[in-house]
Ligand binder design. Structure first.
Ligand code: 2P0
Length: 331
């Protein structure tokens, strides 16, 4: 019999019934994967096939407050109260179903993303991390962050990494119940690291990450090679972070992102998130790098590009891409 998300939530929270507060509030940062999560071994619990590793964007994230009410949920996103039929409300309410202690329990959720609109940053990662932290505050469970990472992962896989700032390693784990599939923060800091956000298209991506992963794993793609590559990249990335080697971090992250996209494209039917502007931007970066600029690219499930570079390259990066939005993950 398969283990349900409801069972996991009960295991973690049922002995924690304490004094419920009138409101819970929380903030969680967006994270950018340097080694990507792409492919699940269990889609109800969002258990990944491979480990992944990210850096949090610290000042860009989701602010959430939550309170109890009777009956239907009331979900406000970026200042607008959403209809119950809205896909965001539906997904949020389905997740909140896991936490209702009586069927009549409703939630009033107010959530705001300070992620720039359309920048291709996964707001589901900071969104579910902030929601879980806000629930922990409301119900006063006082769970530790690895337990909260398990709960956030059930909302959205990448949310397991958004419980912390800085470098975060999500361990895939091996257990069927996923209790060992949670993130752990790394202690290293890298104040010179910069992440640049390039918005090439603000359109919603045509295929969700969720179905894209399924299509890649089931589509007779080069997925087995991708799995091996993640293992190699992880063994290279951990010492690169340890040595604060931004060039090495950038190279591995770029290779990993391109390998993920190549794996998607190798599925049948093929999956390609790129637009002509995506390739043009990559070619601009590669040409600038040939000319000496120390800047690398990463891409998620979308057409937009994120830049990885050191503070010393900032003015050159800004000259090359005047519209870039620069984030300092460690300041
Ligand atoms: C990542 N992405 O590691 C990868 C890289 C997109 C490409 O995590 O189905 O929204 O909710 O577990 O977390 C996007 O996947 O997917 C993602 P679900 P999620 O950041």
């Amino acid at each position: 019999m398969s283990i349900t998300a409801q069972y996991i939530v009960q295991q973690l929270t049922q002995s924690k019934q304490a004094q419920i507060k009138t409101q819970g509030t929380a903030y969680a940062p967006v994270n950018i994967a340097l080694i990507k999560y792409w492919g699940k071994r269990n889609s109800e619990l969002n258990l990944p096939i491979t480990d992944s590793l990210s850096v949090g964007l610290k000042t860009l994230g989701t602010h959430t407050s939550i309170a109890l009410c009777d009956g239907q949920d009331h979900i406000t996103l970026n200042g607008t109260l959403l209809a119950a039929e809205h896909p965001f409300s539906q997904r949020t309410s389905r997740y909140l179903d896991l936490f209702r202690t009586v069927p009549s329990m409703g939630f009033v959720v107010d959530t705001k993303n300070d992620v720039p609109t359309g920048a291709g940053l996964a707001s589901s990662a900071s969104g579910y991390a902030a929601l879980v932290l806000a629930l922990d505050d409301l119900f006063n469970w006082q769970l530790d962050k690895t337990q909260l990472s398990v709960l956030a992962r059930i909302g959205s896989g990448s949310a397991s990494r958004s419980l912390w700032d800085g470098f975060v390693h999500w361990h895939a784990g091996e257990q069927d119940d996923g209790m060992d599939s949670h993130a752990i923060p790394l202690t290293q800091t890298l104040p010179d690291l910069r992440i640049g956000l390039l918005t090439l298209s603000a359109k919603t991506k045509p295929v969700s990450s969720r179905s894209g992963m399924k299509q890649t794993v089931e589509g007779l793609s080069l997925y087995p090679a991708w799995k091996n590559m993640v293992d190699t990249h992880l063994t290279q990335m951990l010492p690169a972070i340890e040595q604060a080697d931004i060039a090495q971090i950038g190279q591995i992250a770029e290779h990993n992102a391109l390998a993920m996209h190549a794996t998607m494209m190798s599925a049948y039917p093929a999956l390609c998130y790129w637009l002509p502007e995506t390739l043009a931007t990559l070619q601009t970066i590669w040409a600038a790098r040939e000319a000496g600029l120390a800047c690398w690219a990463t891409l998620d499930a979308g057409a937009n590009v994120k830049l990885i570079f050191a503070q010393q390259a900032q003015s050159e990066v800004e000259a090359l891409f005047p519209k870039v939005q620069i984030v300092q993950p460690f300041s």
